[in-house]
Design a protein around this ligand. Structure first.
Ligand SMILES: *Cc1c(COP(=O)(O)O)cnc(C)c1O
Length: 374
């Protein structure tokens, strides 16, 4: 079969989305499914929408355009501040964008007026992680200025934590977001529909039983796709953690010394730790490399140890089995490795199990097959 490939079990990620939508609905919180790790896949978008997700989000307008062109008509949000050079596309393809800069909102306003549309915005607030966000003491002024702009509707406020600095979403910063939402409403006299508390790192807080205040939306990517909590990378109960698998193929398999010989300088990617001297080992090379994956984000199956990776080669030690040339080895991926694998044109994407529950009752000839996406 074609390799390397990412196998995506649509049934499993749909299950994950459905479970999270249901658990969060019980807390009054809606889910925006974040599509960026899927490169805006219309197949995955549809699986999420069937699972009860109401809106889709992406950091890149290219991915949103791709989903629109793939026939996805659900409301979509650009969750990264728009580039000045892209405002016309943002207004055309999305209902909503997340913003922190007045100059950008002014351009969105002009583009929306030209397109005869009303563009919704969520104002992102800085609550300590030091990535995007308006500082809380500048929020009132920003709102005041935006209210003068035609064709722009302030739909809500939001924040993003645990991304740049690992600041944990907790009762205190979430209460601050709620208080800011209340304060804008009372100062300016209009309601905020959306209070978007954060990403997958917020689940621990949101499902922990504490008062969620005004927070009524989360933007979830990693937790749906990988089934784990990004704060500690632990599995979330009831979710599949093996919905996505990377498969690579062996192109060399030999017994080799564990230590290199000759004068040792840097390798292609810096100075690796010198390998342990353990005599001869069963070494295999897989046809995949740093261009396609982040080797640190791969979890090999038992009996396989990742030794090094260069642009096009992944060198592993196989302790239990001899993996002959042509053998396939499956890996689990973390979010970083998934992003890179999905982005690599050299890694094929294969969908399986559109409806895993029903498929078990189908005759073998009707069982879903792996379908290459290109
Ligand atoms: C990527 C991103 C998300 C989703 O984060 P996950 O950890 O994958 O859930 C949410 N919000 C913003 C602004 C993002 O850039």
């Amino acid at each position: 079969m074609i390799a390397p490939r990412v196998e995506i079990d649509l049934g499993k990620i749909q299950h994950n989305a459905r479970v999270l939508v249901k658990r969060l609905a019980a807390r009054g919180i809606s889910v925006t499914a974040v599509m960026k790790a899927t490169l805006g896949s219309p197949e995955i978008a549809n699986a999420f929408l069937e699972a009860g997700v109401k809106t889709l989000g992406d950091a890149r307008i290219e991915n949103i355009t791709k989903m629109r062109q793939g026939g996805v008509s659900a409301p979509m949000a650009l969750i990264r501040s728009p580039m000045c050079s892209q405002v016309a596309r943002v207004v055309k393809y999305t209902e909503l964008s997340f913003n922190t800069e007045l100059d950008v909102v002014r351009l969105l306003s002009a583009a929306a007026r030209k397109a005869k549309r009303i563009h919704g915005i969520v104002l992102m607030v800085e609550l300590g992680d030091l990535r995007e966000g308006i500082l809380p003491n500048a929020l009132n002024h920003t709102v005041q200025e935006i209210l003068r702009l035609p064709n722009i509707a302030i739909k809500g406020v939001g924040t993003n934590l645990a991304c740049r600095s690992g600041v944990v979403p907790d009762a205190r910063n979430m209460a601050e977001l709620s208080a800011l939402a209340n304060s804008i409403e009372s100062t300016f006299g209009f309601p905020l529909e959306i209070v978007s508390g954060g990403n997958s790192a917020n689940l621990h807080w949101a499902l922990g039983g504490a008062d969620v205040g005004r927070v009524n939306n989360l933007r979830l990517g990693e937790s749906i796709l990988l089934g784990c909590d990004p704060l500690n990378r632990q599995p979330i109960s009831g979710l599949h953690t093996d919905a996505i698998t990377l498969v690579a193929e062996v192109i060399e398999s030999k017994v080799k010394p564990s230590q290199p010989w000759g004068t040792i300088a840097q390798n292609a990617f810096g100075s690796p730790a010198p390998p342990k001297s353990i005599g001869h080992i069963q070494q295999a090379i897989l046809a995949i490399g740093r261009q396609d994956i982040d080797p640190a984000g791969l979890e090999p199956p038992p009996g396989i140890e990742i030794l090094e990776a260069s642009s096009d080669h992944l060198v592993v030690r196989s302790s239990r089995f001899n993996h002959p040339v042509g053998a396939e080895i499956p890996f689990q991926l973390n979010y970083g490795a998934l992003l890179r694998a999905m982005t690599s044109p050299f890694v094929s994407k294969l969908w399986k199990n559109r409806a895993p529950i029903l498929s078990s009752s189908l005759p073998p000839s009707k069982k879903p097959r792996l379908i290459p996406s290109y």
